[in-house]
Design a protein around this ligand. Structure first.
Ligand SMILES: C[S@@+](CC[C@H](N)C(=O)[O-])C[C@H]1O[C@@H](n2cnc3c(N)ncnc32)[C@H](O)[C@@H]1O
Length: 395
């Protein structure tokens, strides 16, 4: 069984070629975090008229349109939309699979399961700086472009899927940066310093905040001094942070040489899911909607035909949730994950939960999968779950 969240030609032409010799069936399972993208890039207002100019009044509509485009329609209708979208994806998969050298069997698309929590559920949000519609370069939020292609940063205060605690920290961080003498960085060569902040939290409410800054041209002393000042500012504003990190980074996404410096608090936050405890590091993946994740994993193991003699291949294993939650259903499991912190978390999560049949390997699926398959006993029945990031596994 293969869990495909993203359709990428790589998945079909390569992963399938590799796995096909060893797997009997393929299953496509999606969940209701699929984003419905509007065909038109022109922003629309509530009555479906194009918004030509972003103003104080229209900026939030534009942001909502981009981030939570279905939020103004009832949830059951949202699910209908997503089901239709899933069916379209399925038809596309069928047509691509049809063209494969070695055809595979595709099962039916199952109904989308509703999420128990549909508002204020996100356990991770990333806020960045760009000029706001008033021209202030120190505006923190999400980026939206107007029809002319100009990019503006829009504060996220009214988004309904975001926790108040995350919005609060973003607001305090923006205030702090506006008071700071150091400029913001919109590009790694612009000489600016502050880039943004990532806020993560668990269901209990512990917060991990990761301040991202452009290190180019700044000494370690200046950088750390600023972080300590921000830590003091948070305390002055009565904001309790469980883990505060500083992440100097030139890259948009974290890379292999990423540095995360603990400024205050604990190194990790922990989450409970499906009766297990998960350690989460700043760079590690964890499903964004924790209560919906439980449903996703429950459904997944209902659909798999694992047995005590099966081996699970957990492709893109993150902090090990699929392997560890499913561990009682199979004999052994190998997780493959490209982010080192996530691999370490997954190994530690196996230990914390007393699970001894799961192993985790650091590497890109497309690079290490062949070797892993060669090392597995041919007699084992194999089952693979592939749940890649947004880019798919293109390398
Ligand atoms: C959507 S998450 C899924 C994690 C896990 N399966 C779960 O359900 O919690 C995708 C994970 O794939 C990892 N990843 C992305 N591209 C990868 C690749 N080419 N090879 C291995 N891991 C990759 C990311 O770091 C991330 O942890």
């Amino acid at each position: 069984m293969v869990l495909l969240k993203k359709i990428s030609s790589w998945c079909f032409n390569n992963i399938h070629e590799i796995l096909n010799k060893r797997l009997g069936a393929i299953c496509i399972l999606t969940h209701n975090q699929i984003k419905i993208r509007k065909k038109s890039s022109v922003l629309m207002n509530e009555v479906n008229e194009p918004i030509f100019e972003l103003t104080e009044d229209t900026q939030f509509q534009a942001l909502e349109n981009a981030v939570t485009p279905l939020c103004r329609i009832p949830y059951d209708k949202q699910l209908n939309f997503k089901q239709q979208w899933t069916n379209r994806i399925s038809r596309e998969i069928r047509s691509r699979v049809h063209n494969l050298k070695t055809p595979i069997r595709l099962p039916k698309v199952y109904p989308i399961s509703p999420a128990p929590q549909i508002n204020k559920y996100r356990n991770k949000d990333e806020f960045n700086f760009r000029p706001g519609i008033d021209g202030n370069p120190k505006t923190l939020g999400f980026f939206v472009s107007d029809p002319k292609g100009n990019i503006y940063c829009i504060p996220t205060m009214k988004l309904i899927n975001m926790k108040e605690s995350h919005k609060n920290i973003a607001q305090v961080f923006e205030k702090f940066v506006r008071l700071s003498e150091l400029p913001v960085s919109h590009d790694h060569l612009d000489g600016g310093f502050w880039r943004g902040i990532v806020v993560r939290s668990n269901v209990k409410g512990d917060i991990m905040a990761i301040v991202i800054a452009n290190p180019r041209g700044y000494t370690n002393e200046i950088m750390l001094n600023e972080q300590f000042k921000f830590n003091d500012y948070l305390k002055c504003n009565d904001i309790d942070i469980h883990s505060l990190y500083f992440h100097p980074s030139l890259h948009t996404r974290s890379s292999k040489d990423s540095t995360f410096i603990l400024v205050d608090g604990d190194k990790f936050i922990y989450e409970n899911l499906c009766g297990l405890k998960f350690r989460i590091s700043p760079d590690s993946f964890f499903q964004i909607n924790t209560s919906a994740a439980k449903i996703l994993y429950d459904q997944l193991f209902k659909l798999t035909s694992l047995s005590k003699t099966s081996t699970l291949l957990d492709l893109c294993s993150g902090t090990g949730a699929v392997s560890l939650i499913g561990s009682e259903h199979f004999q052994s499991c190998v997780g493959i994950e490209s982010v080192a912190q996530a691999v370490n978390d997954a190994k530690e999560n196996a230990k914390i939960n007393n699970i001894h049949n799961c192993d985790f390997i650091e590497g890109k699926v497309e690079i290490v999968l062949n070797q892993v398959l060669n090392e597995l006993s041919m007699s084992n029945e194999l089952c693979a779950v592939l749940n890649p990031g947004r880019a798919g596994i293109l390398g």
